[in-house]
Design a protein around this ligand. Structure first.
Ligand SMILES: Cc1cc2nc3c(=O)[nH]c(=O)nc-3n(C[C@H](O)[C@H](O)[C@H](O)COP(=O)(O)OP(=O)(O)OC[C@H]3O[C@@H](n4cnc5c(N)ncnc54)[C@H](O)[C@@H]3O)c2cc1C
Length: 269
């Protein structure tokens, strides 16, 4: 089993079943990465599971390392730790163990940030529409924290869907970004508004419906099209498939190997 080579520096319980975890390498330097990339986190099968998760029989090999990919939510400008935004899959192998971690606990962190889901291939004069479900917001936090302050006319929009308003961990930061930057539009939508304790005055339904209703075009004052915008999709595969079909019908083209389009997707499963 590889050594546990990193330590939890902060654990924020954002909502039930949602954490923000900061992790620092122990005795090695984080390599450079691009906003939007991911790394792999790992814990041994013998690590304890959080009580909220489904029980599992004792592992046959407690030393076996369970590894999964996680988008980096922090900016590459912060060099000493990485931030992750993780949802608990109660029946899952790794997340119940990640949720049991407390500051000072050790885990395995890959030293090779990977992935093509970045703004590297998007021309700087094109607008960027970021659409996510749940923790699919993580790579966009890294991109916004990194690129929103760059000079230029480019607009950014984040359209994020969750069941409840409290399931969107970064909404205070995103609202502040919107207040400070006229180039950023924040469009959250909740799918279970009847369960909000304080009436929800924002959008409801899935991100697909928000797009269909033209809510971003209303806010921007013009339509995001394949001629002026790139669309990023991150999170649940069903959302990515539905959004891709809708965008293709509007003239956008999905990335293909060796042939970049205007739709870029990161599937979480
Ligand atoms: C490139 C990449 C980046 C990723 N980044 C993140 C991230 O930033 N945050 C994050 O929470 N997850 C992220 N994931 C998903 C992550 O790798 C794990 O699949 C997830 O944490 C579940 O692991 P597990 O071992 O607990 O569940 P497993 O035992 O592996 O069970 C997998 C099942 O859990 C469900 N599932 C997986 N991911 C999610 C999710 N995010 N929300 C709801 N259900 C899910 C699906 O039904 C899937 O079939 C990413 C995946 C990829 C491929």
């Amino acid at each position: 089993m590889p050594d546990l080579n990193a330590v939890v520096t902060r654990r924020i319980e954002a909502a039930s079943g949602l954490i923000i975890l900061r992790v620092s390498p122990e005795g090695w330097k984080l390599p450079e990465f691009k906003a939007g990339q991911f790394v792999v986190l790992g814990l041994p099968a013998g690590a304890p599971r959080v009580p909220l998760s489904d029980p599992e029989p004792p592992p046959a090999d407690p030393a076996r390392l369970i590894r999964r990919a996680y988008s980096i939510a922090s900016t590459p400008l912060a060099e000493d730790e990485l931030e992750f935004y993780v949802t608990l899959v109660r029946s899952g192998e790794l997340t119940p163990r990640l949720f049991a971690l407390q500051p000072g606990d050790r885990l395995w962190l890959s030293n090779k940030p990977t992935g093509m889901f970045t703004l590297g291939d998007v021309a700087p004069d094109r607008h960027v529409v970021m659409i996510a479900t749940g923790t699919g917001l993580a790579p966009y936090m890294s991109m916004l924290r990194t690129h929103l302050a760059s000079p230029g006319e480019r607009r950014f929009a984040a359209i994020v869907g969750a069941r409840h308003s409290w399931d969107i961990a970064y909404s205070a930061e995103l609202m502040t970004m919107q207040r400070l930057s006229p180039r950023f539009t924040w469009l959250p939508t909740v799918s279970r508004p009847a369960e909000e304790p304080v009436p929800w005055g924002g959008d409801t339904g899935h991100v697909q419906e928000l797009w269909r209703r033209g809510r971003l075009a209303e806010r921007w004052g013009f339509r995001p099209t394949a001629a002026n915008s790139d669309v990023l999709l991150c999170g649940a595969p069903a959302m990515i498939d539905e959004m891709t079909a809708m965008l293709v019908a509007e003239g956008f083209r999905a990335d293909e190997k060796g042939k970049p389009g205007q739709i870029h997707a990161e599937r979480y499963w």
